[in-house]
Design a protein around this ligand. Structure first.
Ligand code: PEP
Length: 262
């Protein structure tokens, strides 16, 4: 039985809040943070909690969270299983450290590594083949929003980045709606903008897969989430959690986001 909290009585989906630490934290710093989170968030049962440290800290962090309610995520992985791909990490290598989730297609990777929807879809299939749950990121840029293309862009990303997934795989996939203009900028989407994008994404999922899948898939919001706006965002009917960047790097701010979300 999933625990329910008062502001989520109308949702069947359990909230999932993930911290994307990006290229931050040495092993010592990662251990410091995760030991604090483990202590602080131990009573939380209503939310699935995920930390996504850099690859170099996965091993040590995995040992600390073994007996906790924290789950481990990676920030990226290769579409390939092994071979001559210098600098890449395969799903099986992540599994060695009990990684359960993997962020795919973050806007920074789409921008700096030129990751395409097609590549992200292949990675999502590779993640599922290894029983890792992908957190697939989508979101429009400011120029796209301002020119009225938000829904078109989201639909293209949803169709492209999830191409080839079965309905069962889709149900085990998490989507993160992250408007690019809200990431690391301090600008958060209004609750109306977030809700409207999430509802639209769910409508597209119903068209591609079916209504049941669309109802079951968890869609996180990401983009300057803080303790002060978490509750309002999480209380939107189609917002099922958060992917948190900057505010996940400190014990207080991440813990407060989680506590304010339930
Ligand atoms: C992110 O990078 O996924 C993110 C949402 O960052 P921030 O919370 O810092 O905007």
């Amino acid at each position: 039985m999933q625990e329910e909290s008062p502001i989520h009585m109308n949702k069947d989906r359990k909230l999932i809040i993930a911290g994307n630490w990006k290229m931050n934290k040495t092993v010592a710093e990662a251990l410091d943070l995760v030991n604090g989170l483990k202590r602080e968030l131990a009573p939380i049962k209503e939310v699935d909690l995920v930390v996504c440290p850099p690859f170099t800290a996965l091993s040590e962090v995995s040992k600390v969270i073994l007996d906790s309610n924290l789950r481990l995520g990676a920030q990226n992985m290769s579409e390939h299983n092994f071979g001559a791909f210098t600098g890449e990490i395969a799903a099986a290598m992540l599994k060695e450290f009990s990684v359960r989730f993997v962020i795919l297609g973050h806007s920074e990777r789409r921008q700096y590594q030129k990751e395409s929807d097609e590549l992200i879809a292949r990675k999502a299939l590779a993640a599922h083949a290894a029983a890792l749950k992908p957190i697939v990121c989508i979101g429009e840029t400011l120029a796209e929003r301002e020119s009225g293309r938000t829904e078109k862009v989201l639909e293209t990303q949803v169709r492209g980045s999830l191409a080839g997934l079965s309905t069962a795989q889709m149900e085990e996939t998490i989507l993160a709606y992250e408007p690019v203009w809200a990431i690391g900028t301090g600008k958060t989407a209004t609750t109306e903008q977030a809700q409207s994008a999430h509802a639209f994404i769910r409508k597209v999922l119903a068209t591609i897969f079916n209504e049941t899948v669309a109802k079951r898939v968890r869609i996180q919001y990401g983009g300057s989430v803080k303790a002060a706006n978490a509750r309002e965002l999480m209380s939107q009917p189609d917002v099922d959690g958060a992917l948190v960047g900057g505010a996940s790097l400190e014990l207080r701010s991440f813990s407060d986001i989680v506590k304010n979300s339930i």
